[in-house]
Design a protein around this ligand. Structure first.
Ligand code: PLP
Length: 464
């Protein structure tokens, strides 16, 4: 047996990765009780009294209605294939084949796959770039307004997608961004995979639903105490999107045997997070996140100024380190970060951070700096991307086209047949059907150097 023994292994010293329940410490209490029951009595099919996410009657329908009421949503659907599955269902529900959808460059790959499945034409808008960390920053309303104007000048759009918060806990002025899209009468889908906890403490930004989003997808393992794959799709109270179209999208992608455990995880995670006890737990975790930040600052380590104290993102450039090298060093010592990137290392503290966090993480980071650190890295090169871009060849044609592999050095002028997508964060650096121009080819070569082992020496291009 290969997997089971590994799942039973003792945890490392500082597991600072997702799920946010932290190896069960902050699992939603109802779910913990279910699992403690032993056996698998909960592993039930869609019996009449239980139903499923698309059934009008039954316990799942009741739980979804209760969650919708609690969160101020018009409708709520639980999902068992992560935020990925629900984002894709939402795209299918919002659009018809051939339509154009505006998405940010930092889109998660699941949205790209959703565009492929729905046969959409993605229109990608560029984002402000932070040369010190190599991170994309949230768009400003003015930037979105300009991108929309440019995209609409080339033809109609069916919807706008926004990602908020980012993996590293960055949030823009979401209310104003949504208002910009609404002024153009476009529905907005917000990928809030990392933000189920927003609005539940005064230190956190408002959630997408309160900012006026039409559809919102949350992953319930990233910021709530749910199991991996449990997720929720919410419809805003003022949204005119047809619920029947969303349900059709869900039907197309959802398994015919949704796991009772994962559905219960969605109910328990949302119920607990929004309860007084859940908010208290969140507040304690935020306190600890803020205290950790202060002690890192005192030690001369400056975390990224983001909007979520539970995401500790440490710029590694000032330490003279690539975040992937820093991660490898820490991994060997039992400190497991969530997201290594060339200029930043993001730790997810979770809803009940490990007890040794405040004492041990600063010590490890100082040792890391002493062992590998050096002169600060030069600034990162911004991606040479147009403000708004559409793949030249439709996604579904480019991705299935006969292809050949060419060395990155010789890729200029070719059409991409596959995405280039380091994982995590799962943000594509190149999209099938995009023309690779000279500056892009040079930038991708630089990315290969910055993401060792994550980007191949060759790229798949559409055969001529
Ligand atoms: C921004 C964003 N959206 C969506 C997803 C997909 O979430 P899930 O893993 O629950 O499918 C991720 C996963 O990392 C993500 O970072």
């Amino acid at each position: 047996m290969a997997l089971l023994p590994r799942l039973r292994q003792r945890p490392p010293e500082l597991p600072l990765h997702l799920p946010a329940h932290g190896r069960g410490r902050a699992l939603a209490p109802g779910l913990r009780a279910l699992l403690r029951g032993g056996g698998a009595g909960w592993d039930l099919p869609e019996l009449p009294e239980i139903g499923g996410p698309l059934e009008p009657e039954g316990a799942v329908a009741e739980a979804q209605a209760a969650a919708a009421a609690r969160l101020g949503a018009a409708r709520c659907w639980f999902g068992v294939n992560g935020a990925s599955g629900l984002l894709q269902s939402a795209l299918l529900g919002l659009t018809n084949p051939g339509q154009r959808v505006l998405l940010p460059r930092n889109l998660h790959r699941s949205l790209l796959h959703g565009c492929l499945l729905a046969q959409l034409r993605p229109v990608l808008f560029d984002l402000p770039f932070d040369a010190a960390t190599g991170l994309w920053r949230p768009p400003t309303p003015a930037l979105l307004e300009a991108a929309l104007a440019q995209a609409l000048a080339a033809g109609p759009l069916a919807a706008v997608v926004l990602v908020s918060p980012s993996y590293q806990g960055l949030v823009g002025d979401l209310e104003a961004l949504i208002a910009v899209a609404h002024r153009h009468r476009l529905p907005v889908l917000v990928d809030e995979a990392h933000g189920a906890h927003l609005g539940l403490d005064p230190r956190l930004p408002a959630p997408a639903l309160a900012c006026g989003a039409d559809l919102v997808v949350q992953s319930l393992q990233k910021a709530a105490g749910g199991l991996a794959q449990s997720a929720v799709l919410l419809q805003g109270p003022a949204s005119a999107v047809a619920a029947a179209a969303i349900e059709r999208g869900l039907l197309w992608l959802q398994t015919s045997s949704p796991s009772g455990l994962l559905l219960a995880s969605a109910e328990a995670a949302l119920g607990h997070l929004h309860s007084p006890a859940g908010r208290r737990q969140l507040a304690r975790a935020l306190d600890r996140g803020e205290a950790l930040r202060q002690s890192l600052r005192r030690a001369g380590l400056e975390p990224l100024a983001n909007h979520d104290p539970l995401r500790l993102a440490l710029p590694t450039g000032p330490l003279g380190l690539n975040g992937l090298d820093a991660d490898a060093w820490l991994l060997d010592r039992g400190v497991i970060a969530e997201l290594p990137e060339p200029g930043c290392l993001t730790f997810c503290l979770g809803l009940k951070p490990p007890r040794a966090l405040e004492r041990r993480l600063p010590q490890w980071l100082l040792q890391l700096r002493a062992a590998l650190g050096g002169a600060p890295l030069p600034p990162f090169t911004p991606p040479p991307l147009p403000a708004v871009a559409e793949p030249e060849l439709p996604l579904e044609r480019a991705w299935r086209a006969p292809r050949r592999a060419v060395p990155l050095e010789q890729a200029a002028g070719e059409l991409a047949a596959e995405p280039l997508c380091p994982y995590p964060p799962g943000i594509p650096l190149l999209i099938p059907g995009e023309r690779i121009d000279g500056p892009r080819a040079a930038w991708l070569q630089e990315q290969r150097r910055l993401w060792p082992g994550q980007i191949a020496d060759t790229v798949s291009v559409v055969a001529r």
